[in-house]
Design a protein around this ligand. Structure first.
Ligand code: VGL
Ligand code: ZN
Length: 208
């Protein structure tokens, strides 16, 4: 697959809290950083997503007395998995992995900033109504195809890929440039959902 000028790379949540040693570590999350750096060199258009929660965010178990991380609660917009406090705005855990090297990235899109709404997706918050503006940005720049890499494959990468498809983009997930949390079979479920939605699941060696 050659890369056209109408294509962007979306690098999702490669932040310290999602790396082993962070607050919500994704196994082997650090391993993909050199590959992402290398892949990104092949893309003219690079966008970075950054999970960016206010303290006391609704997705934090600590905001719900008696609840533990990984509990699932009902919120006005539906089921919400609870997490340890993570990616608190301007904290060290919210910063990008120190070796992430994307000097030519043109946009950092921060998500999950609304205290009452989570946002796994870089396009649409969990209420499925509030947009981040990313689809409009990409469309105004003539982008019709989005490749995605990053963390976590079964949460933020999957929802971003599904929403990219729903917004009319061709969408590819570069599987070896992602890692998963894999909570209760979430990785297998994510793979099936993405395939069903027409997301291309590829390897970095498919891009040249
Ligand atoms: C993510 C859980 C909570 C992710 C973000 O980046 O996949 N997962 N916040
Ligand atoms: Zn989060």
């Amino acid at each position: 697959m050659p890369i056209s000028s109408r294509t962007a790379l979306l690098v999702i949540d490669v932040q310290n809290d999602f790396i082993p040693g962070g607050q919500l570590p994704v196994p082997e999350g650090d391993r993909i950083v050199p590959l992402i750096n290398r892949l990104a060199r092949q893309f003219r258009q690079v966008v970075i997503a950054q999970d960016w929660h206010p303290s006391g965010h609704v997705s934090f178990a600590s905001s719900h007395p008696g609840r533990q991380p990984h509990d699932v609660i009902e919120l006005p917009y539906g089921a919400q998995t609870l997490w340890p406090d993570h990616c608190v705005q301007a904290s060290a855990g919210a910063a990008f992995h120190p070796e992430l090297d994307l000097p030519h990235a043109q946009l950092v899109i921060r998500k999950g900033c609304n205290p009452d709404i989570d946002s796994y997706s870089a396009f649409l918050e969990a209420d499925r109504r509030t947009t981040t503006g990313l689809a409009g940005y990409l469309k105004e720049r003539g982008i019709d195809t989005v490749y995605m890499v990053g963390l976590a494959l079964d949460f933020c990468v999957m929802f971003s890929a599904l929403d990219a498809r729903a917004a009319g983009f061709n969408a590819f997930v570069v599987m070896d440039a992602c890692r998963a949390i894999d909570l209760d079979g979430s990785l297998a479920a994510a793979t099936a959902r993405m395939q069903e939605a027409g997301v291309g699941l590829i390897q970095s060696s498919d891009i040249r």
